[in-house]
Ligand binder design. Structure first.
Ligand code: VG1
Ligand code: CO
Length: 542
């Protein structure tokens, strides 16, 4: 039954921050998908007879790749595949299924917030048995194998009917098409006080959740509208579409601007939220306020004990390096550990597995906990709802009180998208040179305390990650971070992260960009962004 097909390597299959991410036409090249999937399987040991979880965010090409993966899993000796109905599985739901079924691993098909469609983006991620993204040791192995691959294994079998829930057989391997929502929704019911949130909605609390025609639609309809009793219509754009309706499923103030306009408008809802393509990120807004992801992490950590799943308190908090230090202040007050890791969820896995941290977050709107090993957009929304149901205060008041108690970390990220790789490299080289001699210098009146190129040593397994972004710390407690994105599919994206701490409550209502004005100028002075890129403003400000 098994067929060995000879092939030749492609040289561009290095998995980045979130797996392999390329344009669809690249994935459509002969044997491109097969080469990568076989490289994944060849990098693993001991999966014979074991279970593989497969699903994706519903984007264009999802259905085609799922059938290929199923046939190749059968040929390579997996015993069982669990696949979401219609090929749908959000990233956190896939993580949960891997853990719940004791699966060997999972393949998640997504390019997250990147647009979908025949000329847009596609991606393949591999998750390991703890449910989390493959660590660098695994992705390095995958890449090495992809450089020398000369054959892949498949079987001749008809497509599996992904629309029908149930079990079938592909060349001796069992394929189970599962409801993508049920197990995930049950997990959420364990963690949160659904009765309290139901009472909140019954009392007239209004909410808007934009699924952005991506994977969270079915999850949000089931959990928010059916189980929690939010009025029908609470969930917008709830049907997953292969091209996400032509939009970017990126929950930020540019692509979800309409939510910001709603909460700032004349008849604002109490709460608004959105998630991204694969359901692992969240955007949170309340009447009259956008909650920055770094603040959201801090507020969630400070209030998590109000939800049943976290009533015993937190073991610790972890945040990615560019994320603001707002969470650090919460950890300090709670007397718990705080870990600062490189960008990317995979760095939280060892800490979560070791029980050292309970809640993790990234400034890019990813928040999550030890319930799975991925960030989880709906989880964050539900934790917010649980907190709102218990505290019975508007989002705005909760955040303001938080700032008064802990101080406010003004925070913003400026992205310069679509730079050439050369320009991106030139800017980073300039920063590298400045960082080396930055001590004692001053930029726009901010004296430099110290500067470095961030390295991380995992406290659990000792693995080292170098060159994770440049950090410039100033005497007044401000910080600027520079790094290049690892998730783009063409050119380079420069990310500049700006942060300034303000203890005085009288200053807390200032406009963020205005509060960061001198730091923004300092960033340009350090990196020479205008000079080297010709850009006078960022593409996206979040
Ligand atoms: C971005 C974010 C990072 C996130 C990564 C994957 O990476 O900054 O925080 O972990 O996307 O998220 P980069 O390298 O482009 O800055 V997702 O929703 O695409 O899994
Ligand atoms: Co995502």
């Amino acid at each position: 039954m098994t067929r060995t097909v000879s092939t030749t390597p492609y040289d561009d299959q290095r998995p980045g921050t979130s797996g392999l991410r390329k344009k669809v036409p690249q994935f459509q090249q002969t044997n491109y998908v097969e080469n990568f999937v076989q490289s994944v399987f060849d990098s693993l040991e001991g999966f014979r007879g074991k279970t593989l979880v497969v699903g994706g965010d519903g984007r264009y090409f999802n259905d085609v790749v799922i059938q290929k993966v199923i046939r190749m899993a059968a040929a390579n000796g997996f015993g069982r595949v669990h696949v979401g109905q219609n090929g749908i599985l959000s990233t956190p739901a896939a993580s949960h299924l891997i853990r719940k079924n004791g699966a060997f691993g999972g393949i998640v098909l997504s390019a997250s917030h990147n647009p979908g469609g025949p000329k847009e983006d596609f991606g393949i991620k591999y998750n390991v048995s703890n449910g989390g993204p493959a660590p660098a040791s695994v992705t390095d192995r995958i890449f090495a194998i992809s450089q020398t691959i000369d054959r892949y294994l498949t079987v001749d079998a008809p497509d599996v009917d992904l629309a029908r829930i149930g079990t079938s057989n592909v060349a001796g391997m069992t394929v189970e098409v599962v409801d993508p929502v049920a197990d995930y929704a049950a997990l959420m019911e364990e963690l949160f006080d659904f009765q309290a949130v139901r009472a909140l909605f019954a009392g007239g609390f209004s909410m808007v959740f934009d699924a952005m025609h991506a994977v969270t639609g079915p999850y949000a309809h089931e959990i928010l509208e059916r189980r929690l009793g939010a009025p029908m219509g609470t969930v917008l754009n709830g049907k997953p579409l292969p091209d996400f309706g032509g939009h970017h499923p990126d929950p930020n103030l540019v692509h979800a601007r309409h939510l910001y306009d709603m909460v700032m408008g004349v008849t604002p809802p109490d709460f608004a939220a959105a998630s991204d393509g694969d359901g692992d990120r969240n955007l949170v807004l309340g009447r009259g306020i956008f909650v920055s992801p770094s603040d959201s992490l801090a507020v969630l950590a400070a209030n998590a004990h109000l939800a049943p799943g976290y009533s015993a308190g937190l073991a610790g908090i972890a945040r990615s390096m560019p994320t603001s230090a707002a969470a650090d202040r919460v950890a300090e007050k709670l007397g718990i550990e705080l870990h600062e890791t490189p960008t990317g969820w995979k760095f939280f896995g060892t800490l979560l597995d070791a029980g050292r941290v309970t809640i993790c977050g990234e400034e890019s709107a990813g928040t999550g906990s030890n319930h799975v090993r991925e960030k989880d957009g709906l989880w964050a929304v539900l934790l917010w709802l649980n907190i709102l149901a218990v505290r019975k205060q508007p989002v705005l008041d909760i955040v303001r009180e938080h700032w008064t108690e802990f101080g406010r970390n003004f925070y913003s990220r400026h992205d310069y998208e679509g730079l050439t790789e050369e320009t991106g490299a030139a800017i980073m080289a300039r920063v590298d040179g400045q960082v080396a001699g930055a001590g004692g210098r001053s930029f726009q009146g901010h004296g430099v305390a110290r500067a470095d190129d961030f390295s991380y040593i995992d406290p659990i397994d000792g693995s080292v990650a170098n060159h994770q972004g440049y950090r410039v710390f100033f005497d007044d407690g401000s910080r600027i971070v520079f790094r290049l994105s690892g998730t783009g599919t063409s050119g380079a994206t420069l990310r500049v992260y700006l942060e300034r701490f303000e203890a005085n409550p009288a200053e807390h209502d200032r406009d963020t960009q205005e509060a960061l004005e001198t730091l923004i100028a300092a960033a340009d002075e350090i990196a020479g962004i205008r000079e080297l890129s010709g850009r006078t403003a960022p593409t996206i400000i979040t």
